[in-house]
Design a protein around this ligand. Structure first.
Ligand SMILES: Cc1cc2nc3c(=O)[nH]c(=O)nc-3n(C[C@H](O)[C@H](O)[C@H](O)COP(=O)(O)O)c2cc1C
Length: 165
């Protein structure tokens, strides 16, 4: 696997826990809160595994507003990006994991290869900006589901992206 970092934004710790789980399963030791990240951080990595929780109505986790500006300021061409997001499909069914869509929009034209889309029909929700052509732009994790179900989703997702990292 090429040089990989997991970066997350998390207000109450849920997305951080998912990020740590993902990093541990990938065997990656570089796990960073986006609040600590700057443009220079990103230049040293081939693979960016990027996660955000969703706040407001389908919006980014607060620390990602500066993070997105950092992402946009870096030449991402040649890098591989895998996105994950956590949200609550039960409580926020119309804007489920919308924060992930905001990061996707920031990187989709960057020249990076965005991997790890997940079929949307395995989730129960009403609407999400993070769905493009029937797929979530990355791994959506639903905190209204059981921990076991989320862990299965993480395992399946990592199996699908590992060969590309
Ligand atoms: C005020 C508020 C707004 C939220 N808005 C959304 C939303 O629009 N979509 C969604 O999927 N989840 C939404 N959530 C759920 C959070 O994304 C969820 O609790 C998540 O696990 C928080 O992760 P964090 O602690 O890592 O920030 C919201 C939660 C709160 C408290």
């Amino acid at each position: 696997m090429k040089k990989t970092i997991v970066v997350y934004g998390s207000t109450t710790g849920t997305c951080q826990e998912f990020a740590e789980q993902i990093a541990q399963k990938l065997g990656v030791s570089d796990v960073m809160n986006v609040a600590e990240m700057n443009a220079d951080t990103l230049t040293g990595y081939d693979n960016l595994v990027i996660g955000t929780s969703t706040w407001g109505a389908g919006e980014l986790q607060d620390d990602w507003y500066d993070g997105v500006e950092a992402l946009k300021s870096v030449d991402l061409s040649g890098k591989t990006i895998a996105l994950f997001g956590c949200g609550d499909a039960d409580g926020y069914s119309d804007t489920f994991c919308g924060g992930m869509a905001e990061i996707y929009k920031a990187v989709k034209e960057s020249g990076a290869k965005v991997i790890g889309q997940v079929a949307a029909d395995t989730y129960t929700y009403d609407d999400s900006e993070a769905v493009v052509d029937g797929k979530f732009v990355g791994l959506a994790l639903d905190c209204s589901e059981s921990e076991g179900k989320s862990e299965n989703r993480i395992d399946d997702w990592l199996d699908s992206i590992r060969p590309e990292l």
